[in-house]
Structures are given as structure tokens and as C-alpha cells.
Design a protein around this ligand. Structure first.
Ligand code: ADP
Ligand code: MG
Length: 346
């Protein structure tokens, strides 16, 4: 990826030089960040609020493929997926730490790209980078991000609070990141067979962006607060709608009925899935990586959000014995399963 560009050997800088070089331009924004990079530990003060912490580990070849993921996007996405977990608790992330393991194939310029993406995400989402760790790696690139945030007392949303009769809501649209990945995989195969062929991503911008440049739904957390809605349960859609709905049901000890026709799917996602011979609904249910927020609300809150075009009401919570079901467009009842491409023959 960096063959034709300038290559500075990381060894020239040394570990401390590298850390300074990468992090010097990050300025601390929050009062809660008392001490950031530069000591043995960061120090924070959240003044009586609930403190939220979440960590993700991303491994080259398992979670990302550098043959089609630009390094800047990788830095951006590593931060976003982690912030998304704090939003899913109805919290506001304020700090992150970033740890990286670098294989010898990475020159300084490559790591700079990753940090550009990290910085863009930090600036856009108002986050302080307050620490991390840096090491060499024998097994490719490793990135681990930890985010720290807060919520006012009594406002944290867990997965286990859904009650019978609650409405199931989801932000944005689903399945796009998965269908985007299928396009990237297809173009990679074509490239491997004939390196002279340029990737054909025309007209697929939205779903490619959904895959490469996801955004955590901070705006939905803000919106819920403005609307004075405290979801009874919430989770982010990282593994696919079916899996996340089942997490809420299992932890809340409830059942659910979803309506296929209510599941929000973007027209480009829909059309591309069809072109690839995939069922768009299955992509939404099992695809994952959408980083939308799935939450349940009391029926009394329905009027507050019924006109919001960015939130879809896709079903309702039932008693446990009714099971976890989806009513298809043709009115057939399907049992919801986490994963399994054969589970839904729609
Ligand atoms: P230690 O020896 O205590 O682990 P380091 O020398 O690894 O300390 O780190 C020095 C400082 O730089 C610490 O504040 C640490 O959190 C920060 N740091 C190290 N690596 C990174 C990184 N990849 N990104 C951001 N901050 C980092
Ligand atoms: Mg260290």
C-alpha cells in the first residue's frame, strides 16, 4: 500500500519519539481529562457521574483486511466502533486510549495515516486521546481502543430493561455495511485474478462508506435527551439486528415480535443485495457493523418520536413465552435466530 510513497523506518524515531510524533497534535478538550499522555497513567474526574468504559481489539486479517481498508479509515473506524458502545449505554464518550502493535512492514507514514483517522474521529466527536501503548508485532497490525465516558446518574441504558409492550426502535438503516463489504470482497477477488482491472465501485458510495467509514450515533443519544425519552433498553448494532434483538430479549427475559416491512433498508443496500443474489432482510438481520442504535421505549413515549424520519419502530416486546419472532412481508411467522443464512427462507 505504501510502495510508492516515502518510507521512514520507525526505528529511526524510537518508541518515545514515535509516541510524541503521533500524539503531539492531539489537544485535550475536556475538563474531565486532568492528565492525558505523558505520565504512568491518565487522570480523570467525572464529578459524581456514572463512568462508562469499553474496549475493542482489532486484529489484521480477522477484523480488517488492509488490501481494501485505507489506513486512515481504519483509524477512524477503530475509534467509532468503540464510541458506539458508549452511546449504546446512553452515555457520552469523552476520552480514548489507543494501543497499537506494528509489524516491521509499517513505515512511519503508514502509522501517521492511522493516527490521521483517529484524530479526525476525535475532533468530530469531541474526544480526548489520553494514552495508549505502542509495541512491535510479529503477526500484523493490532489496534486496541478503549473509550471512557459518562452518563448522569439514573440515565444509563442497559440491555436488560425491556418490558412487555415496549416498542422496539432502530436508528438509520441496516444491512448497508455488510453489502458494502460484499462489494469490496468481490472487487478484491477480481483484482487478485487480474491486477490490471480497476475496482468498480461506481454508484456504491453509500454502502462502501457504511463499511469503511461508520459513525457512532451520538446524535441519537442527544435527540433522545432532547425528546426526554429514556429508553428502557439499548444496544448498538454491531453483529446484526437479529443478534442484538435477541441480546435484549435474553437479558430482559422477554420475547419480541418484529415486522419485516418495518426494518429500514436503504434503496442502494436493497438493490445491491439483490444484484448479489442476497436477501436484503437477511443482510439487515445478520450482516452487522451498522453501528446504529437499537432501543426499546415505553408506549407512552411513542408520540415524542413518531415523526422522526431517522428512527424506525420495527416491533414490540412480548412476554417471554411468545418467543422471538419476525412477521415476514407475506405474513409468515419466522423464529428470530442470531446468524445462520439458512434460518430465513423468505
Ligand atoms: P509506560 O512505559 O508507562 O507504558 P509508555 O512509554 O508506553 O509508558 O507511554 C508514555 C505515554 O504515552 C503514556 O502516557 C501512554 O499512555 C502514552 N502512549 C503510549 N503509546 C501510545 C499510543 N499509541 N497512542 C497514544 N498514547 C500513547
Ligand atoms: Mg507503554
Amino acid at each position: 500500500m505504501f510502495e510508492n510513497k516515502e518510507r521512514t523506518d520507525i526505528a529511526e524515531l524510537g518508541e518515545f519519539g514515535l509516541i510524541k510524533h503521533l500524539t503531539d497534535s492531539f489537544k485535550v478538550k475536556h475538563e474531565s481529562s486532568i492528565k492525558g499522555i505523558g505520565d504512568d497513567a491518565a487522570v480523570m474526574n467525572f464529578d459524581g457521574k456514572e463512568v462508562l468504559i469499553s474496549t475493542d481489539l482489532l486484529l489484521e486479517g480477522i477484523h480488517f483486511d488492509l488490501s481494501y481498508v485505507p489506513l486512515m479509515h481504519l483509524g477512524w473506524k477503530a475509534v467509532q466502533v468503540n464510541l458506539s458502545d458508549i452511546y449504546a449505554m446512553n452515555g457520552m464518550p469523552t476520552q480514548i486510549t489507543v494501543s497499537i502493535g506494528l509489524s516491521s512492514k509499517f513505515p512511519l507514514e503508514a502509522v501517521e495515516e492511522i493516527y490521521k483517522g483517529i484524530q479526525l474521529a476525535c475532533d468530530k466527536f469531541n474526544i480526548d486521546l489520553i494514552g495508549g501503548d505502542t509495541s512491535s508485532s510479529k503477526q500484523g497490525l493490532v489496534i486496541s481502543v478503549t473509550s471512557i465516558g459518562y452518563a448522569e446518574k439514573g440515565t444509563v441504558c442497559y440491555r436488560n430493561g425491556a418490558q412487555e409492550g415496549d416498542l422496539v426502535c432502530v436508528s438509520g438503516d441496516l444491512g448497508g455495511a455488510y453489502v458494502g463489504l460484499q462489494i469490496l470482497e468481490r472487487e478484491k477477488q477480481i483484482f487478485l485474478e487480474n491486477p490490471n482491472v480497476q475496482p468498480d465501485l461506481e454508484g456504491k458510495d453509500y454502502i462502501i462508506e457504511r463499511q469503511l467509514k461508520p459513525e457512532g450515533r451520538r446524535d441519537i443519544v442527544d435527540l433522545l435527551e432532547q425528546m426526554k425519552i429514556l429508553p428502557t433498553a439499548m444496544i448498538d448494532v454491531s453483529d446484526g439486528l437479529a443478534s442484538e434483538v435477541l441480546h435484549i430479549c435474553q437479558q430482559s427475559d422477554k420475547g419480541v415480535t418484529l415486522y419485516e416491512e418495518k426494518i429500514p433498508i436503504d434503496p442502494m443496500t436493497y438493490q445491491t443485495a439483490r444484484e448479489l443474489g442476497l436477501d436484503p432482510t437477511v443482510c439487515a438481520l445478520n450482516g452487522g457493523e451498522d453501528y446504529e442504535l437499537l432501543f426499546t421505549i415505553k408506549q407512552a413515549d411513542y408520540d415524542k418520536l413518531k415523526h422522526d424520519v431517522d428512527i424506525s419502530i420495527i416491533g414490540h416486546i412480548t412476554e417471554k413465552n411468545s418467543g422471538c419472532k419476525m412477521i415476514s412481508k407475506s405474513n409468515v411467522v419466522h423464529e428470530l435466530k442470531a446468524q445462520g443464512w439458512n434460518a430465513f427462507k423468505l
